[in-house]
Design a protein around this ligand. Structure first.
Ligand code: CUA
Length: 187
């Protein structure tokens, strides 16, 4: 008789535990669905803070990415902004000049198709998407030269599309850029 009672008691306990697990899993699923819905609605209602656009059809005619504005510029706060364009099948300028120990911001875009912006030996690796400005902040601690190959397949000339990033001593950079609006390796 006792074993019979024990048995049904055990069953009742097992059923209770089962129900607990079942409710817990429903709660977990509910939380996940809630999170997914929140993220989706949040992104739809508030566009990301840093999306900047640039009309690919008029890049060369006006605005930030006209040819005379490409290259490195010293800002009022001492930081350096480097503007570049990636296009089929080259980067303009094809050699970016930057100083050591200075906050650097790369700003680049594409007038045609998606290209890659990868600086070997650094963690910089992004895409240049027509219509959008890619903005990357970085800093170089020592002088040297880095290859910058396009790493997104962009057409028949993709393999030959690459540039260089030349990092020079800060004092030399300041000297080279004196009196110039923009500098690149050619200066
Ligand atoms: Cu540009 Cu690959």
């Amino acid at each position: 008789m006792t074993s019979e009672t024990d048995h049904s008691l055990g069953e009742a306990v097992a059923a209770r535990i089962d129900r607990r697990w079942a409710s817990l899993s429903i709660v977990i699923v509910g939380v996940l669905v809630g999170m997914a819905a929140f993220i989706g609605i949040h992104q739809a209602t508030m566009p990301q803070g840093h999306v900047e656009t640039a009309d690919p059809k008029t890049l060369h005619l006006s605005g930030e990415f006209i040819e005379s504005n490409l290259g490195s510029a010293i800002e009022a706060d001492g930081s350096v902004t480097v503007r570049a364009i990636g296009q089929q099948y080259s980067f303009v300028p094809d050699c970016l000049l930057v100083p050591t120990d200075t906050p650097i911001t790369f700003r680049a875009t594409s007038p045609d198709v998606v290209h890659g912006f990868l600086i070997i030996g650094t963690n910089i690796n992004t895409m240049l998407v027509p219509g959008y400005v890619s903005n990357i902040a970085t800093r170089f601690s020592k002088p040297g030269e880095h290859l910058m190959p396009c790493q997104e397949f962009c057409g028949v000339g993709h393999e030959g599309m690459w540039a260089r990033v030349k990092v020079i001593d800060k004092a030399e950079f300041t000297r080279l850029s004196a009196g110039k609006r923009r500098v690149s390796c050619a200066d």
